[in-house]
Write a protein that binds this ligand. Structure first.
Ligand SMILES: [Zn+2]
Ligand SMILES: [Zn+2]
Length: 87
């Protein structure tokens, strides 16, 4: 019981920190090559859920993307495979 209360307190603190420092979220789209990950870094505006399109039944992925990468994803995976929500 005591443990539950502690956890609740912690999550409240985290929420406060997020609203205080209002850092804009950055697009996490990978613009690197096979050797290295290079995040896009533009201001993210969209939460994009991408269904598996390879036919192997992978779980859907969620990516935080800028407008440009969201459009690229839509072209890459097709409108039916992705769900876009404003952040
Ligand atoms: Zn897949
Ligand atoms: Zn981007």
């Amino acid at each position: 019981m005591a443990r539950t209360v502690e956890l609740e307190k912690e999550s409240v603190v985290v929420d406060e920190l997020i609203s205080i420092d209002r850092e804009p979220q950055r697009c996490e789209c990978d613009h690197g090559d096979d050797a290295a990950y290079a995040p896009c870094g533009r201001k993210a505006k969209w939460r994009v859920t991408i269904d598996c399109v390879c036919g192997e039944g992978h779980p859907r992925r969620v990516e935080i993307l800028c407008s440009r990468c969201m459009r690229t994803a839509r072209q890459t995976y097709g409108r039916e495979a992705i769900t876009v929500r404003r952040l």
